[in-house]
Design a binder for this molecule. Sequence first.
Ligand code: B12
Ligand code: SF4
Length: 352
Amino acid sequence: MNDNLNNKNLAENIKQWGLDLGFDAVGISNIDFDHQKDLYQDWLSQGYQGEMQYLERHKNIKFDPKKLLDGAQSIISVRLDYLPLEKNTLDAIKQKDRAYIARYTLGRDYHKVLRNKLKQFVKKLESELQPREIKARVFTDSAPVLEVEAAKKSGLGWRGKHTLLLNKDHGSWFFLGEIYINQKLHEDKQDSDHCGTCSACIDICPTGAILGPYKLDARKCISYLTIEHKTSIPVEYRKKIGNRIYGCDDCQIICPWNKYAKLAREKDFHVKNNLDQISLIDCFELNEEQFKSLFQGSAIYRIGHEQWLRNVAVALGNAPKSEHVINVLKSRLESASDLLKEHILWAIEQHN
Ligand code: B12
Ligand code: SF4
C-alpha cells in the first residue's frame, strides 16, 4: 500500500515538473501496445501509407519500445498547445488568392521546440530521482513511436474519428512528445471517447481521406499530398487542394471540441512573417534563397523550394482566373524541373 502511494506521489511530482517546464499536460502509461498491432498491420496492408515507407519499415520497433530504449518500462507523454490564431474558421480556405498554411507550422519548427523542452525535462528527472540510475530517451514525431496511442493510454485525451488525439477542455490543436524511461511509474487512467454520433471531420474532408471512424487513407490526405508526397500530385486531388499549400486543418477546424482550444502559450508557435496572410503570388515569386531565409527554423524548410513551388502552382491553378496569375506562372516555366513544369502547365490550363 505504502509503495503504491509513494509511486503515485512520485508520478504526481513528475507531472508537476513537466507542467513547470511549460508543457500543457503530462501523463504516464506503460509500454504495451499489442492491442493495436493488428489494426496497424491492416492499415499497412491496404497501402494507406503511400510513399511513407518508414511506417512499414519501422513497425516492429514501434510496438516494442525496448528496441528504442533498452530497459524501457514507462512512457511519459506530454501535450504542447500550438494554436497561433484566435479565429480558426474555414474562411481562410475560401480566400483563393491567399495561401493556407496549416496552423501548426505558422511559427517555429515544433520538433526543435519540443525536443529542447523534453531534454530539460529529462535533466530534471535525473537530478530529482537520484540516486536512481535514470535511462531516458525523448521523441517527438522523430522516431517509430505510437504517439497518439501512448498519449491516449496516459489519459491526455481520446482518439477522434479523424485519428488525432482530442481533449475535452483543449480540443486537438496540440503536439505530442514522449519520454521513454527505465522506471516503472504509476500509470494514468485512459479517458473515454466523447465523439458520440458526430461525423463532422469525416464529412468535411475535401478529398474523402477519412474513410470511416479512425481510418485515414493517408494517400488522399492533403497534409500528406503537400508535405510527405514528393512526386507528382495526382490530378484528381488538385482542385480539391484549393489554396492549401502546406498541410490541412479542415478536420480540426470543423471539430466542435476545438471551441475549447486555447491559444498557444509557447511564443515560438506564434505566427511569423505574416504567414497567415501571405498571397499565393508572393509565395510563388520566392526564389530559392528567399525561400530558405524565410523558412529558416520552420518545418516548411524541409520540403525544399521545388516542392514548395509545386504546391503553390496547384493553388494558383485554383485561384480566381486572372491574366496576372497566368503570367506569374509562365515566368517560371523555362527554369522549372519536369515535375514543376507539369504542375505549372496544369495550373495555366485551369485559367484558360
Ligand atoms: C504519419 C503521420 C501523418 C500522416 C498519416 C496520418 C495518420 N492519421 O495516420 C499524414 C501525413 C497524413 C499526417 C497528417 C497530419 N498530422 Co501527422 N503524424 C504522423 C505520425 C508521424 C505517425 C502516425 C502513424 O503512425 N500513422 C499510421 C496509422 C496507422 O497509425 P495511427 O493513426 O496510430 O492508426 C491507428 C488508428 O487508426 C487505429 N485504428 C485503425 N482502425 C481502427 C478502428 C477502430 C474501431 C479503432 C478504435 C482504432 C482504429 O489503429 C491504428 C494503429 O495504431 C505521427 C507521429 C507519431 N510518431 O505518431 C504524426 C501526428 C499523428 N500528426 C500530427 C499532426 C498535427 C498532423 C496534422 C494535423 C498536420 C496538418 N495540419 O497537416 C495532419 C492531420 C491529418 C489526420 N487527420 O490525421 C500530430 C497529432 C497531434 C494530435 N493532436 O493528435 C502527431 C502525433 C505528431 C506530433 N508529435 O504531434 N500525419
Ligand atoms: S487533414 Fe484535411 S485532407 Fe487530411 S483528413 Fe483532415 S480534412 Fe481530410
